[in-house]
Design a protein around this ligand. Structure first.
Ligand code: NAD
Ligand code: AKB
Length: 309
C-alpha cells in the first residue's frame, strides 16, 4: 500500500494535488505537510508541520507514517526568488537534496519534484521550445530548477531513485491562490473580472507565455507518476504543454463571457522575467512516452473558472 507525503501541500498546486492523491490512495494514506500550519485546521486529512530544510524532522515524519512516496512541492517561485535569491537557493536546492538523500537512504518507491519553463532563458528558441535546447536561465528560480533537474537525473542514474518530473508552464486555477510567480496575473484576472472590476496587468500586451489549466496539470502529474518506470525515459524533466496566450488574449476570452470586462497594462519587474521564457513548448516526448494530452484550451478554461468562482 502506498503512503504519500506531500511537502508544500498548502500552495497553489499542493492544495489541489493533495485532494486528488487522497481520492487515489485514501485520505489517511496521504500526509499533507507545509512550513505553515495556518491552513491545517481547514484542510481535511492528516497534517504534519514541516520545514523541508529540517532533515531530521523530515526523516521522523517518513518513519512515523511509513511513507513510500514523496511529492516535493515546497519552493520559492520566480518573482519572490529575485527579491530573496539566498532563500530561494536554500529552499529550492537544499530542500530537494534532503528529499533525494532520504529517498536513497530509505529506498522510497517514488519521488515527484516539479520543474518549470523557467529552466529556459533569453537565448532559448521561443516557439515550440524543444526538450533539449540552449538553457541559460536568467532568474535564480530558473537556475535552481535547471540544477534540480540535473540532480534528479544524477540520483536516478547513480542510486536508482525513481524520481519523476515535468516542466510546468504557468498554472492557472481558482481553488488556491498562486505564490509569487510571474504567471500569477492569469489567476488574478479571473477574480477581478468576476467582481466586475478593472484589471491592471503586470505584464505587457503581447507577452505570450505557455500556460496550463490546473485540472490538466493534476491529471498529467498523476499520469506520469502512475506510469510504469520503463515508460519514464527522461529523468531530468519532461516538457509539458497546455496552451499559450498573451494578456490581451485572456482578456478577450473573458469578454466572451463578461463583455464589459476591462484591463489596463502596467508592466513591472516581472516583465523582464516573462520575456526570458518561451512562447510555446514542444512536449512530443511526454505525448510519446506516457500518453500526455491536454484537455483545456483558453476558452474552455475561462468558462470553467468563471462558472466556478
Ligand atoms: P506555492 O508558492 O503556491 O506553494 C509552495 C508551498 O511551499 C507553500 O505552501 C509554502 O508555504 C511551502 N513552503 C515554502 N517554503 C517551505 C519550506 N521551507 N518547507 C516546507 N514548505 C515550504 O507554489 P506552487 O505554485 O504550488 O508550486 C509548487 C511546485 O510547482 C514548485 O516546485 C513550483 O516551482 C512548481 N511550479 C509551479 C508553477 C505554477 O505556475 N504554480 C509552474 C511551474 C512549476
Ligand atoms: C512562476 O511564474 O514562477 C511559475 C513558473 C512558471 O514556474 N508560475
Amino acid at each position: 500500500m502506498e503512503r504519500v507525503l506531500v511537502i508544500g501541500a498548502f500552495g497553489q498546486l499542493g492544495s489541489e494535488l493533495t485532494d486528488e492523491l487522497r481520492k487515489l490512495y485514501g485520505e489517511d494514506n496521504v500526509i499533507a505537510s507545509d512550513i505553515t500550519a495556518a491552513r491545517a485546521q481547514a484542510a481535511r486529512g492528516p497534517f504534519e508541520q514541516l520545514d523541508i530544510l529540517d532533515r531530521a524532522r523530515l526523516g521522523e515524519i517518513v518513519e512515523k507514517h511509513k511513507i513510500t512516496q514523496i511529492y516535493n512541492l515546497a519552493a520559492i517561485l520566480s518573482s519572490i526568488g529575485e527579491s530573496k535569491p539566498g532563500v530561494a537557493w536554500n529552499v529550492n536546492m537544499n530542500g530537494l537534496v534532503n528529499v533525494l538523500e532520504l529517498a536513497r537512504e530509505k529506498g522510497l518507491n517514488k519521488i515527484y519534484w516539479p520543474s518549470s519553463i523557467a529552466v529556459f532563458g533569453p537565448d532559448t528558441p521561443k516557439v515550440m521550445t524543444p526538450q533539449e535546447t540552449v538553457m541559460n536561465p536568467s532568474t535564480m528560480y530558473g537556475v535552481n530548477k535547471l540544477a534540480g533537474e540535473k540532480l534528479c537525473q544524477y540520483y536516478f542514474q547513480k542510486f536508482g531513485v525513481d524520481v519523476r518530473s515535468v516542466r510546468y508552464p504557468g498554472l492557472v486555477g481558482y481553488k488556491a491562490m498562486p505564490g509569487g510567480g510571474t504567471t500569477d496575473y492569469a489567476v488574478d484576472i479571473y477574480f477581478k473580472a468576476k467582481q466586475g472590476e478593472e484589471f491592471t496587468c503586470f505584464l505587457d500586451k503581447g507577452t505570450v507565455l505557455p500556460m496550463m489549466y490546473m485540472d490538466d496539470a493534476i491529471r498529467g502529474t498523476i499520469q506520469l507518476m502512475e506510469s510504469p518506470a520503463e515508460k519514464v525515459k527522461i529523468r531530468t524533466s519532461y516538457n509539458l504543454a497546455g496552451m499559450s496566450f498573451a494578456p490581451e488574449e485572456i482578456g478577450s476570452s473573458i469578454q466572451k463571457i463578461i463583455p464589459d470586462f476591462k484591463m489596463i497594462y502596467a508592466p513591472d519587474h516581472r516583465q523582464e522575467i516573462a520575456e526570458s521564457w518561451p512562447d510555446s513548448i514542444d512536449d512530443q516526448f511526454a505525448q510519446a512516452h506516457w500518453g500526455w494530452k491536454p484537455k483545456f484550451d483558453l476558452d474552455a478554461m475561462s468558462k470553467d473558472i468563471l462558472e466556478n468562482i
